[in-house]
Design a protein. Sequence first.
Length: 82
Amino acid sequence: MKHPVRVKLEAGEKYLFCTCGNSDDGVLCDGSHKGSTFVPREFIATRTAESYLCRCKKSYNGVYCDGNHAKRESLKLDFLDS
Ligand code: FES
């Protein structure tokens, strides 16, 4: 299961959310997508806080975790991630 990653975000700062899933932490782009068709998703933090960013890439709450990874586990759908 791909749990969310807690990241300290600063209000007004621009971040690049990893959409390929290959970055080291799985949530912030580190350039690992190069050579693929994926591009990072830019977002600006609206508040300074520790936030849980989505790593399963199935959240309906943008870059933020909405708990969908846990729903997938309860339905035993993790084989779809491999
Ligand atoms: S490393 Fe995944 S989008 Fe850049």
